[in-house]
Design a protein around this ligand. Structure first.
Ligand SMILES: [Zn+2]
Length: 370
């Protein structure tokens, strides 16, 4: 069996990284990879600060110090075990596993690797894992044609998720971050509107932009308690909350709105490393039709004071697709009227739409005689 001595980064405790030498033995099912580049995940930063995750996915190491870091990288196969059939020495690969690959060399099983597509720059391929995490989330976020989508957090993942939302047909993509540089990048990559909680009242702005209704989908990719709570406030009735962040410490969340407004949630937070898709097999089909109940709440361009940040434009000028040829239960009806005037009340001043159908159902029900 081949053995390799590698330098590796070991986290001995909070803020204490040591470069150690360790020996890798290439077992019969193992593949040894020489690293090209490493990515530093947000979770690595948490570990460095001393926040180890609770029980994690089954193929990860135990969450306790000392902790070998690394799960985002790409490189070249330098050895394969006798039972490995799908990779050979010299293959370029991307890592998708908890391989302790903050190191010159790392060992992986075949299912933790993917071949690098022909011609792809290895610098990019080394970021295959975080890109795929964000793409998985973006593609499975449930964003549908005409939605208003808010992405909380303009980091690496948030930027990709925002671009996914744009390409899935979102009517308006709003990115929220406290750093102006990230907001500028988001605008360059296609976000319509950017908000900085340090300067803008995010809840007020989103309500204003959506005629008081809230966003159809809010993706949480910032990972702070403030972000989670703001996200909870800006989702529309029956709207969707998408968990992306991996939060390793408890968060206090006011969930009464979730009950009152029937908020939906999903956790497409992962690819192979970050767990849920592999562990639950919960791949959701990309939604194809607008949600029936939400069509009337789609915001038409408003006279809002929040202006678009799209280059060369000064106001939100895009409109709903002019002709819709959907069939089935969501067949397009007459043009969507502007949302009704709403009176502001309820939790945190959240406006509620009148719900005449509720009254009809109650009043129309035959009463039993006593
Ligand atoms: Zn990661």
């Amino acid at each position: 069996m081949d053995t390799f001595v590698t330098k590796a980064a070991r986290l001995n405790g909070p803020r204490d990284i040591e470069l150690i030498e360790r020996e890798l033995v290439c077992g019969e099912d193992d593949i040894i990879v020489k690293n090209h580049l490493m990515g530093i995940c947000g979770s690595d930063k948490n570990f460095y600060r001393g926040y180890l995750p609770p029980k994690t996915a089954e193929f990860r190491q135990d969450p306790k110090f000392p902790f070998l870091l690394g799960h985002e990288s790409g490189g070249t196969v330098v050895a394969v075990g006798s039972r490995v059939a799908d990779y050979k020495v010299g293959d370029k690969v991307m890592a998708f596993g908890w391989n302790n690959n903050f190191a010159e060399y790392f060992a992986a099983k075949s299912f933790q690797l993917q071949p690098v597509p022909y011609g792809l720059d290895m610098d990019i391929a080394s970021l295959g894992e975080p890109i795929s995490c964000a793409m998985y989330s973006g593609l499975n976020s449930g964003v549908q044609l005409g939605d208003t989508v808010v992405v909380m957090g303009g980091g690496f993942a948030g930027q990709i998720i925002a671009q996914c939302a744009r390409r899935k047909g979102a009517y308006r993509v709003i990115v929220v971050d406290v750093l102006e540089g990230k907001l500028a990048l988001a605008r360059r990559l296609g976000a319509d509107i950017t908000l900085n909680p340090g300067q803008d009242d995010v809840i007020e702005a989103v309500k204003d932009l959506t005629n008081g209704l809230g966003a159809d989908v809010v993706v949480e990719a910032a990972g702070t308690a403030e972000s989670f709570n703001t996200a909870s406030e800006i989702i529309k009735h029956n709207g969707k909350f998408v968990f992306y962040s991996w939060v390793t410490t408890p968060v206090t969340l006011n969930i009464s709105r979730w009950h009152d407004d029937g908020l939906d949630s999903s956790t497409p937070a992962s690819c192979t490393t970050h767990g849920s898709s592999v562990m639950s097999g919960a791949r959701k089909p990309c939604a194809r039709w607008p949600r029936g109940s939400s069509t009337s709440s789609r915001s038409s361009p408003t006279n809002s004071s929040w202006t678009t940040s799209r280059p060369g434009s000064t106001s939100p000028t895009r409109t709903m697709p002019p002709s819709r040829s959907y069939s089935g239960r969501n067949r397009a009806g007459p043009p969507i009227p502007p949302p009704p005037e709403v009176e502001s009340r309820g939790l945190a001043g959240r406006p509620r739409r009148p719900r005449p159908w509720a009254h009809a159902a109650v009043q129309g029900r035959p009463r039993k005689k006593p």
